[in-house]
Design a binder for this molecule. Structure first.
Ligand SMILES: O=C(O)CCC(=O)C(=O)O
Length: 262
């Protein structure tokens, strides 16, 4: 049986998060829980479990450019989805996001009252997927009143270089790099993300990495014949508002409050 992480972030892990912008947390859930998440996300992709209000985007490899837009609509039964957001609406995913370890680490890093900017499935379908180049999550692109700090990224399949594992630049989170948006320009990539600083985060199914939102990261396409699925949750201070609309976000700690109740 795999040993699971304790229900609290240690002082050393907290120091590593602040100094290097990432911490490998190992496994935080049983194989059965992870398998249940995998099964549920496949059911959502296939339309066997339906939600009316989930942002869904097919991978361009599904071959239908119209359906590769991000909109809150089911795009048909297919395992070639690229992104599915708003997963806090699903009880299994919500339960996972509200684990005591995540409560503890967000209390230490973010705030006592915590919302989520996004709870998102990231998929690189077999032999496809898209390349995501070096970026900082929410540097300039998300327009939040309080800069986001914490993303918890969970591998739902084994990840390796061949299937497009996460790549990061340790300690790149101390400054916001791009002047607009989140993606780095070619010059910024040369300066801040040289090959010798790149770390490939190969992970086992169920393994978790805690990332500072500004830690530079990227991922390549999937060149294997199996999907590379992942679940990424960005936890934010519940006082955060979208600057453009003034809207709040779904709260997850201390208790779940969907956006309409916030
Ligand atoms: O899952 C991936 O490969 C990339 C994730 C990512 O870029 C993000 O969380 O912003």
């Amino acid at each position: 049986m795999t040993a699971l992480h304790a229900s609290a972030l240690s002082a050393d892990e907290l120091d590593q998060f602040h100094e290097q912008g990432y911490v490998r947390l190992g496994h935080v859930a049983s194989h059965e829980e992870i398998d249940a998440l995998c099964q549920r996300i496949d059911q959502i992709m296939l339309g066997e479990v339906r939600y009316d209000n989930m942002l869904m985007q097919l991978c361009p490899s599904a071959g239908n450019p119209d359906l590769s837009r991000q909109t809150k609509e089911f795009k048909g039964s297919s395992l070639k989805y690229r992104k599915i957001q708003d997963l806090e609406q699903d009880p299994l995913f919500l339960d996972y996001m509200q684990k005591p370890l995540f409560r503890d680490l967000t209390a230490k890093i973010v705030s006592a009252e915590v919302s989520i900017f996004r709870a998102m499935f990231f998929n690189k379908p077999a032999e496809q997927g898209v390349l995501i180049n070096w970026h900082q999550d929410g540097a300039g692109g998300w327009q939040l009143s309080i800069p986001p700090k914490v993303t918890v990224w969970t591998a739902l399949d084994d990840t390796c270089v061949a299937n497009g594992c996460l790549q990061i630049i340790p300690s790149s989170h101390h400054t916001m790099i791009p002047e607009t948006g989140d993606l780095l320009s070619e010059d910024e990539r040369a300066q801040h993300a040289p090959d010798e600083r790149r770390l490939y985060l190969e992970m086992e199914k169920g393994e978790v990495v805690l990332l500072h939102n500004w830690t530079l990261h990227r991922s390549e396409t999937n060149n294997t014949n199996r999907p590379r699925r992942a679940f990424s949750v960005c936890y934010i201070d519940a006082a955060t508002r979208q600057k453009t609309t003034g809207c709040a976000f779904p709260r997850v700690f201390p208790t779940y409050q969907p956006i309409s109740d916030n």
